[in-house]
Design a protein around this ligand. Structure first.
Ligand code: ATP
Ligand code: MG
Length: 646
């Protein structure tokens, strides 16, 4: 543990604001574990409106991979996110939209949201969409992506949102896998000043999707697009002709709400299925308590709707809580690297939630873009997606948060539906780089290779004992793979696939993917800790570590490092970096090989794809595995070119 990882007690500001101080958190956590049925029944009635009360709370058997929550209960997700708020907050802004150009902004009230969603639902009905049908959504980050999701939820259709940055092949595969008959898209999307031809990508995809009978096209840029009169529907024209009344469909708690693919960091993406009742409860409750959300707060999560973070923490969680949530179409570096901070200043953002990849990138560009903005509205900062390196944490905490905003490092997965581990603001101090403590009802366990539970301070595979309402129910069309992936490695537990360490205070530190954990001369080393040590160096902005076969040690440490803007490669720097890791973590962790990496291979959600880096390090270039979610293939070619072992 180094200087940067020292403990930060709860700030006075967080104490004054929080729902839970430490004793309250501990008490409620205990209740949630010792009497989960009562605990979750209370939460389900507090957070959601039900048409029909549930008859039981949980029916869970991890051995069979059978998971049910709130059996017998009936509700509608769009009703819970919109209609029930109308009497009290119809005029309140539900969505603040900001387009790619900073001047392009729009406020959408709950009343307007209601009207748009009802109309959109009627457009879908007009095209024959019924309860249980699957609908593919391939959209820019514009309000209509939210309308589309909620319109599906309103009529009981199951949406599958595909990130707008994916190409034809990925859309096609996802349309086919979920047997979608309708695709919702836009003519083009605009990101960082560049137009991306969404409709043309869909056109190319659906030539091999014979079951798609309708493509609904939102006009975003007004670009000329090819038109097929039989299948294509102009969204704006269709919306003008339909009624704005659409009764929500009564759904069972366990009816599917959506399918969503994982990021594909560790292999081919998995089609995760979430259901209506448990998912919405968990998204709403975690949104409120993790972000300390109060009425009137302006909340911004920078994720894309194509990822689970966008589902749970841009749309479903915030809207279920009647919040004001910001939808941003652009990128953090356009028109310049101050875009996020400019937006915080203009919209008076109180809660800001982003990913380490963005934090590291902005940190690498320099402080001047942050320091000239008024960020005094900020009260709380969040991080998600990867372990946040302590170096980046400090930049976020001090430069962005002015040492006054708690940071919630939130560990969770597409599969978990919502946040499972974090330090709840106000109830737990922060340790930079540690995800923190379990959320209510969540029981993390560390197991060894044989699957034995470890007590106290421990390192090993992170698994979950017992279920929580937001847990996925199956992989679409492949329950066997669901069982195999999550419940076969460690019988009776949910297997997360991540490695973790629990410290003496019960905080969880995510070490990286369990398959990436290195075994160097018998020492198990997490990728995250070595990477964090490397980025401590002021000249390094990002690092990725993998193992490679080593004659003596079994595995050697192979590090890829990205220099800060304006820094240059040198042999001395390599020596310094090795010494730095040895000093921080001991000589076992010292990289054997360090390769310069002007860019790292990342998924389109911004996560480092170490499995590709491992292949390059091992000089095993025959097959790089599933690269469909790789953001920029040229990065890989460049790294192959520069590889150290041949
Ligand atoms: P795939 O499952 O297809 O390989 P993925 O695991 O990257 O892709 P996601 O569901 O988007 O897909 O990401 C979940 C993973 O992201 C977690 O298992 C964990 O490894 C990592 N992660 C998310 N948040 C954090 C965090 N706060 N700290 C550390 N790791 C995190
Ligand atoms: Mg995963």
């Amino acid at each position: 543990m180094n200087e940067l990882q020292k403990f930060y007690p709860v700030t006075a500001q967080a104490k004054a604001h929080t729902f839970f101080d430490k004793p309250k958190y501990q008490e409620l956590y205990q209740q949630s574990i010792s009497n989960p049925d009562q605990f979750w029944a209370e939460q389900a009635n507090e957070f959601l409106d039900w048409y029909k009360p549930f008859e039981s709370v949980t029916n869970v058997d991890f051995h069979k991979a059978d998971i049910e929550w709130f059996k017998g209960g009936q509700l509608n997700v769009s009703y819970n996110c919109i209609d029930r708020h109308l009497t009290e907050r119809g005029e309140q802004t539900a969505i603040i939209f900001e387009g790619d150009e900073p001047s392009d902004t729009q406020n959408i009230s709950y009343n307007e949201l209601h009207e748009q969603v009802c109309k959109f639902a009627n457009v879908l009905k007009q095209r024959g969409v019924k309860k249980g049908d699957t609908v593919c959504i391939y959209m820019p980050m514009i309000p209509e992506v939210g309308y589309a999701m909620l319109a599906c939820a309103r009529i009981g259709a199951v949406h599958s949102v595909v990130f707008g940055g994916f190409s034809t092949e990925s859309i096609k595969a996802r349309i086919q896998a979920a047997d979608c008959k309708v695709v919702i898209t836009a003519d083009e999307s605009v990101r960082g000043g560049k137009n991306i031809p969404l409709k043309a990508n869909v056109d190319a995809a659906v030539t091999e999707c014979p079951n798609v009978h309708s493509v609904i096209v939102v006009e975003r840029t007004g670009a000329d697009v090819a038109w097929n009169d039989e299948t294509d529907v102009n969204y704006q024209q269709a919306m003008a002709t339909v009624s704005s009344i659409c009764e929500p469909e009564v759904m069972d708690a366990e009816d599917p709400l959506f399918i969503l693919y994982t990021s594909g960091s560790t292999g081919a993406p998995k089609g995760v299925v979430h259901t209506c009742g448990g998912y919405l409860l968990y998204a709403a409750m975690t949104h409120k308590y993790v972000f300390d959300y109060r009425d009137g707060d302006i909340y911004w999560c920078t994720a894309d709707a194509g990822w689970i973070t966008g589902h749970s923490y841009i749309f479903y969680g915030p809207l279920a809580n009647g919040a004001t949530t910001l939808v941003f179409e652009g990128v953090p570096t356009y028109p310049d690297a101050g875009r996020c901070w400019d937006m915080v200043e203009r919209h008076k953002i109180n809660v800001f939630y982003t990913a380490p990849t963005a934090i590291r990138a902005l940190m690498g560009i320099g402080d001047e873009y942050v320091l000239d903005k008024d960020l005094s509205s900020l009260r709380l900062l969040g991080s998600v997606g990867e372990p946040i390196n302590p170096e980046a944490w400090h930049w976020y905490y001090e430069i962005v948060g002015k040492s006054n905003c708690p940071i919630v490092d939130t560990w969770w997965q597409t599969e978990t539906g919502g946040i499972l581990i974090t330090s709840l603001p106000g109830s737990a101090g922060m340790k930079p780089g540690a995800a923190g403590l379990p959320f209510f009802g969540v029981q993390p366990v560390i197991v060894d290779k044989e699957g034995n539970e470890q007590d106290g301070e421990a390192r090993g595979a992170l698994v979950m004992k017992g279920s929580w309402p937001g847990q996925m129910r199956t992989l679409y069309g492949d329950h066997e793979r669901f069982h195999q992936t999550y419940f076969s490695q460690c019988a009776g537990y949910y297997y997360t696939g991540d490695g973790a360490q629990r410290d003496k205070d019960g905080y969880y530190w995510i070490l990286g993917r369990i398959d990436d954990v290195l075994n160097v001369s018998g020492h198990r080393l997490g990728t995250a800790e070595i990477e964090s040590a490397l980025v401590l160096h002021p000249k390094i902005s990002e690092a990725a570590v993998v193992g490679y076969p080593h004659d003596i040690k079994g595995q050697g440490v192979y590090a890829y490092v990205t220099l800060m803007h304006d820094e240059v490669e040198s042999e001395e720097l390599i020596v310094e970096l090795k010494a730095l890791v040895a000093k921080e973590l001991g000589s076992f962790s010292k990289p054997d090989l360090i390769q310069w990496a002007p860019g790292l291979p990342k998924t389109r959600s911004g996560k480092i794809m170490r499995r590709i880096l491992r292949k390059i390090a091992e000089n095993d270039l025959g097959t790089l595995g599933d690269t469909s979610t790789l953001a920029d293939p040229s990065v890989v070619e460049d790294l192959i070119e520069r590889r150290l072992l041949r």
